[in-house]
Structures are given as structure tokens and as C-alpha cells.
Design a protein around this ligand. Structure first.
Ligand code: GAR
Length: 206
């Protein structure tokens, strides 16, 4: 199995779905550790309750992005991580870190990328007046939210939506696609080519 570390900063609901999926003996990933840059990330307790090692290193204890990322990298090496899965991890990596792990990182973002990168994508979607929204699992490259999509899912935007109701609808499909996307990504990896990540899936309507 591929040794996967999950990076979180908060609630960790996507992390939960990945931990659950990885319990299947046929699932190609083993979750070997959960890292958080915040000690108060709620997801840490869940990971521990599932018997998964956790580590917390606060970015606030470092004076540069590079030095924090070096500490993160050292932890990942201790765990023997082969792939990094970002699940609500809210720090941008130093370029050197992103280059080192290039081709070995996935992220999930609650928009149909390349629309609405960065913060508050659900509010960005509402402000733009789009009628569909969704989630994207994508490879992480040094440029924020710009790596090639691996899998996407769409949901409707309702006239009655606010950012919270839209976020909740998107989160449901995030939980559907992230375990699928990770599995598919690992299974295609022997000839991994970041240019040809090609499989997408439409989760709405379901
Ligand atoms: C999820 O909606 C995820 O897509 C988003 O944060 C939330 C984390 O929830 N990630 C980003 O916005 C990354 N830029 P979770 O901690 O419950 O998985």
C-alpha cells in the first residue's frame, strides 16, 4: 500500500472519509500520519481515536515559510510518507518543499477550478452568480490551486443559498470524490504524468 500522510488545519471531515476508506483491505493507501499546523485542529483527536499517529508543528514557531516547511518535511520523512494529501490544510508551501514533493501531492478545493481559487471560494461563486458549483481534487503544484484536476464533482447553486448552505452541499460531494480520487491517483501512479491526469466524474445529480 502507498503510505499517505494527511495534512489538515481544522475540522478534518475529509480526513475522516479518507481514514474510513483506507480501512478497506483493497484500498491502495495506508494513512500513516496526520499532520496539523494548528494544535487546535479538531481532526487530530479523531485521527488519534483511530490509532493514527499525529504531529503538530506550528508555523508560528518559525520565522520563514522555508524553515517551517523543512520541519514539516522532516516529520514526513520520519513517517516514510510517499504521498501527501491535503484536507483543509490552509498553509501555502515554500517553493522548495513544493518542488520536492511535486507529483506526490493532492488537494481538495471547494470550487470548480480553475474558477474561484484561494479563500472563500463558495462566497466567490455566489458573488459571481454562477448556477453550478462543486469541488475539485487536484495535484498540488507551486502555484496555488492551479495544479491539474484529478476529479471534480458539481452541485447546483440555489437562489436561497448563502456561503454556508452552499459549502455544506459542496462538502457532501467532497466526501464522495476524495477517497475515489486518491484511489484512482495511486492506481495510475506507476507512470505518473502530471500532464495526463484525465479522469473526471460528475457526482450531481446522484
Ligand atoms: C473543505 O471544504 C476543503 O475543500 C476546504 O476546506 C474545507 C475543509 O474541511 N479546503 C480549502 O479551502 C483549501 N484551500 P474539512 O477540514 O472538514 O475537511
Amino acid at each position: 500500500k502507498t503510505k499517505v500522510a494527511i495534512l489538515i488545519s481544522g475540522r478534518g471531515s475529509n480526513m475522516r472519509t479518507l481514514i474510513q476508506a483506507a480501512k478497506d483491505k483493497d484500498y491502495p493507501a495506508e494513512i500513516i500520519g496526520v499532520f496539523s499546523n494548528r494544535a487546535d485542529a479538531a481532526g487530530l483527536a479523531y485521527a488519534q481515536s483511530e490509532g493514527i499517529q499525529t504531529a503538530v508543528i506550528s508555523h508560528k514557531d518559525f520565522d520563514s515559510r522555508e524553515s517551517f516547511c523543512e520541519a514539516l518535511d522532516a516529520q514526513l520523512e520520519v513517517w516514510g510518507a510517499e504521498l501527501l494529501v491535503h484536507a483543509g490544510y490552509m498553509r501555502i508551501h515554500a517553493d522548495s518543499f513544493a518542488q520536492k514533493w511535486l507529483g506526490k501531492m493532492l488537494n481538495i478545493h471547494p470550487s470548480l477550478l480553475p474558477s474561484f481559487k484561494g479563500l472563500h471560494p463558495q462566497q466567490q461563486a455566489l458573488d459571481a452568480g454562477v448556477k453550478i458549483a462543486g469541488a475539485t481534487v487536484h495535484e498540488v503544484t507551486p502555484e496555488l490551486d492551479a495544479g491539474p484536476p484529478v476529479m471534480q464533482a458539481v452541485v447546483p447553486v440555489l437562489d436561497s443559498d448563502d456561503a454556508d448552505t452552499l459549502a455544506a452541499r459542496i462538502l457532501k460531494v467532497e466526501h464522495q470524490i476524495y477517497p475515489l480520487a486518491l484511489k484512482q491517483y495511486i492506481e495510475k501512479r506507476p507512470n505518473n504524468d502530471v500532464e495526463t491526469a484525465d479522469q473526471t466524474s460528475l457526482v450531481w445529480p446522484n
